[in-house]
Design a protein around this ligand. Sequence first.
Ligand SMILES: Cc1cc2nc3c(=O)[nH]c(=O)nc-3n(C[C@H](O)[C@H](O)[C@H](O)COP(=O)(O)OP(=O)(O)OC[C@H]3O[C@@H](n4cnc5c(N)ncnc54)[C@H](O)[C@@H]3O)c2cc1C
Length: 414
Amino acid sequence: MGGEVTNCDVLVIGAGPGGGNAALQSSRRGLSTILIEDHSEIGTPVHCGECISEIACQNLELNLPEEVISKRVHGIRVIFPDGTEKCLTEEGYVLEKHLFERWIAEEAVNAGAELHLGHKLQSMERVENDSFGGWLCDGKGDKFPIHAKVVIDASGVAAVSSKLVKLESDAPLNPKGKVVAGMQYELTNVPTDGYLDFYIWPSYAEKGYLWMIPKCDGRANVGLVTEDRPRAKKALDEFIEETHFKDLEQVLPPWKEKGSPAFGGTIPISGPFQNTHHDGLMLVGDAAGFTSPLFEGGSHLALKSAVYAAETAAAAISEGDLSSERMSEYSRLWKAEFPPYDKILRGKNALFDLTDEEMSLMGSCFPDEMSDMGASGKAMVGIRLLLRRPGLYLKRIVPAMLAFGYSRAKYYGW
Ligand SMILES: Cc1cc2nc3c(=O)[nH]c(=O)nc-3n(C[C@H](O)[C@H](O)[C@H](O)COP(=O)(O)OP(=O)(O)OC[C@H]3O[C@@H](n4cnc5c(N)ncnc54)[C@H](O)[C@@H]3O)c2cc1C
C-alpha cells in the first residue's frame, strides 16, 4: 500500500443499481461518499433482463427520466409447458439498464458523491483506535488507499467483502452461495402486446424459465435462467430455433460494438446471506444474496436494501458507533420488509417437482388474470385442482401456487 490515504464516511463498492443508490442515499444524508466501480464505464456489460415495476419505482421514489425507459409494459404473462397463458397484470418498465445505472450514479454525484471508475477493491484492513475505526481499503486505482468509516458492499454476485473479511474464527463472512446462469440475445421485429412473456418450460430451462422482454422499436431480450449452467447457451439456441422466434434477427445490443450477441451473467440463488453486516460493513443487493426466488429479479431488492444501508450508516456515523451491533439495524430493517425467502423457495421447489403436465394443469386452473385472485380466487383454484387431480395436493401444490403470488412487484418480485 502506498500513497496518501483518502478519507470518507462511506465507501460504496460497485456502481450497479444497489451501489448507485447506496451512494445517492448516503450523499443525500450528508455523508462524504465515494462510489467505486471496477469497470471503466457504468452498466456494461448489461447482465439483466432490464425490467422494473412501477410499484418498485414508487416504493423507491424513482422519477425515471425518459431516456432510461425503453418501453412501458403491462405486466407478466406466464406461459406453462402446454402453452396455457395466464397474466399477472401490473404496470412497469423495460429499461435501457446501463443508462438507468448511469443516471443513478449521476444523481449520486449531483448529490455530492465522488465517483471513481476503473477502481477495484482488493483488500480491507480493520482500523483499530480505542474501538473499531473503519476500514482501510486498497486495490487497483489511484484513489486508493481509502479509509472509510463504513463500507457498503454492492459488488453484485462477486460479494467481494465477504471474501476479504474474515470473522474471529477465520471463517469467511459468508460461505460461497449457489448461482444460476442467465443468458439472452437481443432480437428485432419481435411481436408484442406489451407483456413480459415468461415461459416455465423446464425442458429448456431446468429449475428456471425463459423470457421475452419487449423493448422499443420491436427490439426484445429473449433469454433464460437455468440451473444447468453448461447447457444454458445451447438450450436458449434450441428454444429460439423451435419457437416463433426462429426467423428473427439477432443483433448486438446498442452498448456492444463487437463480439458474440449473447450476453448475461450469474444470479445468486441461495437466498440472503446469514450475515449481511459486520463492524462498519453492510452488504446490499446481489452481494447479500437478495434475489426473488422464482423469477430471480434483483434490482428492486438491491435498490431498497441500499436505502436501508445508507440510513443505518448515517445513524451509526452520527452516533460514532460503527460496531457490528449498530450495523445490525440494517439487517433488522431488510428482514422486516423483504418477503419470506424460505417460503417462496419452498414454493419454487414444489413447482419444479411437478411434471410438465401437472404444471400445465395447475396453470389451466388459474384465472386468466392472476393479479386480483384474493382469498376466494385462490380457494377456487384449489377446488378446481382438487376436482381434476386430488393427488396433486400431496405434491405441495399450494406452496407452488403461492410462489407466483410472491413474484409480484409488491413482494419485490420485480
Ligand atoms: C441474465 C439476467 C437477467 C436479469 N434480469 C433481471 C430483471 O429483468 N429484473 C431484475 O430486477 N433483475 C434482473 N436480474 C438480476 C439483476 O441484474 C441483479 O439482481 C441486479 O443487477 C443487482 O444489482 P447490484 O447492484 O446488487 O449488483 P450488480 O448490478 O451486479 O452491480 C455490481 C457492480 O459491482 C462492480 N464490482 C464487482 N466487484 C467489484 C470490486 N471488487 N471493486 C469495484 N467494483 C466491483 C461490478 O462491476 C458491478 O458494476 C437479472 C440478472 C441476470 C444475470
